[in-house]
Design a protein around this ligand. Structure first.
Ligand code: ATP
Length: 327
């Protein structure tokens, strides 16, 4: 039988919503399957279903296999990965759980993470029926800002676990200093990766020069750590059947709210999105000067993940800043 990941092992951590709550009545065939299939086991016990009526594949993801489990207690969304242990899904569940707890923007509620007996891991979460539209931009902007406002951290900048941005590790060790955190754990990590995997000394050295000289971009700012989705691009933004925005597949950490716009080059945010956002959290002084700095992390990550097509975007941002900062 697959092991379960400690903190997700009881329904009290992610209690089942009333819609899905039922007294479990187990059938003999369900008992017979226990232990061989921890997904089925959870759904038929803590998931409060007595029978699974249909399992259908859900397309769209690149990294994992996804399915919808229809049951007499509602539907569950399940992702499995046959190669990777549960730490990746554990990080996803912690991120989803943190966003869910803000009770602001809609995210799928995570229920359970565990290992598969044949190797690999799984995550079970709330199934969301998506609508046709990508959602209302002003509502998305307002709700995202509300999440940023509500998601506070007492530990500073970082997150309780490492997670991934695409498939690149994202280091989240806590820090009380945002400029240091962003310089070392975000830009510095990606620059080192480019040096190690491509031998790209030019981007590494110029990028490090920027990191050492970027403090003036943050002068006179008070930066409160707030909960970020961390990977907010159009593929991770949807809407439910009522048109409410939904955000998925996060790489959460507590950071400067402006860093959330780092993927704006492929997120399709309209001006109505930004207007609504800044009505809840006003723009800070110097926002425009930092915009490209926050894009840089994601361009570097794309360079590291997908190759040289993204190098020139990253390099020209670095060069522009070095000129602007006389560094
Ligand atoms: N909670 C959910 N309920 C219903 N459908 C979902 C839910 N979460 C994701 N999906 C759908 O399943 C598809 C795959 O999910 P996801 O994108 O999280 O997969 P992945 O392989 O983990 O990630 P990636 O997109 O990075 O490859 C998505 O395109 C989305 O349409």
């Amino acid at each position: 039988m697959g092991t379960t990941v400690g903190i997700f092992s009881t329904s009290s951590f992610f209690p089942i919503p009333p819609r899905l709550r039922r007294v479990p009545v187990r059938r003999p065939f369900a008992v017979a399957a226990m232990g061989e299939d921890p997904i089925r086991e959870w759904i038929l016990t803590e998931g409060n279903a007595t029978k699974i009526t249909r399992i259908s594949p859900v397309g769209g993801g690149c990294i994992n296999s996804a399915s919808c489990y229809d049951t007499d207690a509602g539907s569950f969304f399940v992702k499995t990965n046959r190669r990777i242990g549960p730490s990746m899904f554990e990080a996803e569940a912690l991120g989803l759980g943190a966003m869910f707890d803000t009770q602001t923007i809609r995210v799928p509620r995570p229920f359970k993470v565990g290992s598969l007996p044949t190797g690999g891991s799984f995550i079970i979460m709330e199934f969301i029926e998506f609508g046709a539209s990508r959602g209302n931009q002003p509502v998305l902007g307002r709700k995202l800002a509300e999440m940023h406002k509500a998601g506070k951290s007492e530990k500073g900048f970082g997150f309780d676990v490492e997670n991934t941005i695409g498939s690149t590790p994202q280091i989240n060790d806590w820090s009380s200093d945002w400029v240091q955190f962003y310089g070392e754990r975000r830009l510095g990590y990606q620059l080192k990766l480019a040096l190690d995997q491509y031998g790209d000394r030019t981007i590494y050295e110029k990028g490090q020069r920027l990191v050492k000289n970027m403090a003036p971009l943050f002068e006179n700012l008070v930066i409160e750590p707030c909960l970020l989705h961390g990977d907010l691009w159009s593929g991770n933004i949807s809407s439910d059947k009522n048109g409410e925005p939904v955000i998925l597949d996060p790489a959460c950490y507590y950071g400067h709210n402006e860093a959330e716009f780092g993927m704006s080059w492929c997120a399709g945010f309209a001006s109505a999105f930004y207007d609504a956002y800044f009505q809840v959290i006003p723009k800070q002084q110097g926002y425009e000067k930092r915009r490209e700095l926050y894009l840089l992390y994601h361009y570097l990550n794309h360079y590291n993940l997908f190759g040289s097509g993204y190098r020139s975007s990253a390099m020209s941002i670095i060069d522009d800043y070095l000129r602007m900062l006389n560094a």
